[in-house]
Design a protein around this ligand. Structure first.
Ligand SMILES: CC/C=C(/N=C/c1c(COP(=O)(O)O)cnc(C)c1O)C(=O)O
Length: 385
């Protein structure tokens, strides 16, 4: 379960049975024909896949290059997170689990977990930082409507990291009947690999769609925002072994990388262990986790998935970070040029144009990871709309 120097499962003794049960069964279960048939049928008939690969005409004209958008915002629940929760709920059922827990920051993973628990009739508890409960209120309401119990995390910065700590604490106390649906490519092996496999449908579809539209499977660039890195993992997955496809990963600089209020993990992080995984994370000299900051709850995380730590260290991906201000401006620009209001997380990806030079005949694919409904109040307050 390693990506170069990164990955592994550095977990407390009490979690070992749960994680070991997952590690020893997940590949066999995912590989079963009956699993794949159910998984693919739900992605098609319930999530609404394949999601469109849309040529963004006005955005392309503005930036003088060819821009395609992979529309994960059109998945049921409004973001890519549901691709993973469908896979993990089927796995949990096959492992005989009766109770589901999850962490959430932006609330999209929380909604996606509550959704599949409603679908399957399984109890659902979602841990969410008290700060995020405020700034993603629409998603809290949706989780409750879907029958989930939302438990505030009030420690630390009261954001995603703290919600994850609370979920892990719950799992340690409920090891036998509970499955923890982790929402990104983070945590102990096998989670980073398992979540990436469930999200890989994104680039699988993109290859086929780009062949139809451009007569080639491979774009020149694939671009995605990175919190833990799951939407990015899905966008990159089937292009990783093709060096002709350049990979751009966009992190949240918050108020600026050197402002002390940032979540740009590859710029500010050092090797360490967070939530059971050896990866890069923002930390003090004595290894305490530094509180991150981003205007977007989904990128407001001090770590990064081990896959992305490796992509960064190996140079396979180019990592850039953009500030709150740049992301918010990009969000309103995409809204006005394409009629699509992106989630603030996704808006970070669209804010790279002043740091990158693209050629007129370059083909770019952006992963539009989610829609902006959850963020309307933030957009309205920010721009005084
Ligand atoms: C699992 C914690 C992250 C959450 N969301 C992260 C997120 C992200 C960043 O998460 P990754 O794709 O895993 O890097 C990007 N786009 C949207 C629309 C998101 O909601 C959540 O709780 O919903």
């Amino acid at each position: 379960g390693y990506y170069g120097d990164f990955g592994g499962a550095f977990i407390p003794e009490m979690l070992y049975p749960n994680v070991e049960e997952l590690r020893s069964h997940y590949l066999d279960i995912i590989g079963e024909t009956s699993f794949q048939e159910e998984f693919q049928a739900l992605l098609r008939d319930y999530v609404g896949r394949p999601t469109p690969l849309y040529f963004a005409k006005r955005l392309s004209e503005k930036y003088g290059t060819k821009i395609y958008l992979k529309r994960e915002d059109l998945c049921h629940t409004g973001a890519h997170k549901v691709n993973n929760t469908i896979g993990q709920i089927l796995l949990a059922q096959r492992l005989g689990k009766k109770r589901i827990i999850a962490e959430t920051g932006a609330g999209q993973h929380g909604v996606a977990t509550a959704t599949v628990c409603a679908l399957m009739g399984i109890e659902c508890i979602v841990y969410m930082g008290a700060v995020d409960i405020e700034r993603q209120a629409p998603n809290v309401a949706r989780m409750k409507m879907l029958g989930a119990k939302v438990v505030p995390a009030t420690s630390g910065s009261k954001t995603l990291k703290d919600a994850t700590n609370e979920a892990i604490r719950d799992w340690i106390n409920n090891p036998v009947d509970t499955h923890y649906i982790i929402g990104s490519v983070v945590g102990p092996h096998p989670y980073p690999d398992m979540v990436a496999r469930f999200q890989a449908i994104i680039s699988k579809e993109t290859k086929k769609q780009l062949l139809e539209k451009e007569g080639r499977e491979d774009p020149d660039y694939v671009i995605a925002c990175v919190g833990g890195g799951s939407n990015a993992a899905g966008m990159y997955y089937h292009y990783l072994d093709n060096p002709k496809v350049k990979i751009i990963a966009v992190e949240a600089a918050g108020k600026g990388v050197s402002s002390g209020e940032s979540a740009a993990t590859t710029a500010l992080g050092k090797e360490g262990i967070i939530h059971g995984s050896k990866t890069l994370l923002m930390q003090t000299g004595d290894g305490q986790i530094t509180e991150p900051y981003s205007i977007s709850a989904g990128l407001d995380y001090p770590g990064i998935g081990p896959m992305h730590a490796h992509l960064y260290r190996s140079g396979r991906a180019q990592f850039v970070s953009v500030t709150d201000e740049a992301a918010m401006q990009a969000g309103i620009e995409v809204s006005k040029l394409e009629g699509i209001i992106p989630a603030i997380e996704t808006s970070h990806a669209f804010a790279i144009f002043d740091q990158m030079d693209f050629k007129e005949d370059d083909v770019l694919v952006f992963n539009l990871s989610g829609r902006g409904d959850k963020d309307l109040q933030t957009y309205i307050d920010y721009f005084g709309l």
